[in-house]
Ligand binder design. Structure first.
Ligand SMILES: NC(=O)c1ccc[n+]([C@@H]2O[C@H](COP(=O)([O-])OP(=O)(O)OC[C@H]3O[C@@H](n4cnc5c(N)ncnc54)[C@H](OP(=O)(O)O)[C@@H]3O)[C@@H](O)[C@H]2O)c1
Length: 225
């Protein structure tokens, strides 16, 4: 039975990811920050819940240490939007630092801590929930300064790690889930979490080390860097 770890799984895409991974036969280690949220209702024998703020290195180390098997799949899903400031003068730099920490630095830290578990599984797949908003080419409207910069940094961290990880049979996937109806995506988003996650899981299934570092939408459409 394959084993997965999903961060930020108490609501939104992470919760749906945990639900569908259980449906596809995975043992799922699902993490939440403060509240178990929808995880409390999943009630599945192959679901293990862990409290973990991705910024907290000790918590990350302790969750990883508690997993006694290898890890076939790591989904770095936890993320935050920024202040959606309308002018450069409004940018709050404490928030910028937080957004960069949660969206760009923490997924790399969680990945680093999970390497022994991925090695134990003989390799594995690491998925980064990124965004089309990371794209330099696509950035015509500007704004969302910190969110965009955080996801662009995450993309570069990921591509920069890919050769070293390929030697360990670990593949990295940069996936844009679409504009999805979650707390972050808002009520006007055209894609439902169920459809997005179904696509993401199909992309994960087809992922190989040869495809490592690709930047695609949940449908499989390649995105411009
Ligand atoms: N929805 C979209 O349209 C869209 C588009 C492109 C990319 N994405 C990306 O997809 C991922 C999931 O987004 P979503 O729409 O599901 O967002 P969401 O509904 O706002 O959920 C975000 C999740 O991340 C968790 N989280 C935030 N900060 C955390 C921290 N410091 N430690 C641990 N967990 C933390 C939240 O936990 P709490 O409940 O504790 O806050 C929550 O579980 C994000 O990386 C996002 O950037 C989403």
């Amino acid at each position: 039975m394959p084993v997965a770890l999903v961060t930020g799984a108490n609501r939104g895409l992470g919760l749906e990811m945990a639900r569908q991974l259980l449906g596809r036969g995975y043992t799922v280690h699902a993490t939440y920050r403060d509240h178990q949220g929808g995880l409390a209702e999943l009630n599945h024998p192959d679901l293990c819940l862990h409290a973990m703020d991705v910024r907290d290195t000790r918590a990350v180390a302790s969750v990883v240490a508690s997993i006694e098997t290898g890890l076939d799949l790591l989904v770095n899903n936890a993320g935050v939007s920024d202040g959606r400031w309308s002018r450069i003068e409004d940018i709050d730099f404490d928030t910028v630092t937080e957004v960069l920490n949660i969206n760009a630095v923490s997924p790399v830290k969680v990945t680093q801590h999970c390497l022994p578990l991925l090695d134990r599984a003989g390799g594995g797949k690491v998925v980064m929930l990124t965004s089309l908003m990371a794209s330099l080419e696509d950035c015509q409207s500007g704004k969302s300064y910190a969110y965009r910069a955080s996801k662009t940094a995450l993309n570069m961290f990921t591509v920069a790690m890919k050769n070293e990880l390929a030697e360990r049979n670990i593949s990295l996937l940069l996936i844009h889930p679409g504009w999805v109806e979650t707390d972050m995506g808002g009520p006007n988003a055209p894609v439902k979490p169920e459809e997005s996650v179904e696509g993401i899981l199909d992309r994960i299934e087809e992922q190989t080390v040869a495809l490592s570092g690709r930047f695609v939408e949940y449908t499989g459409r390649p995105l411009p860097w």
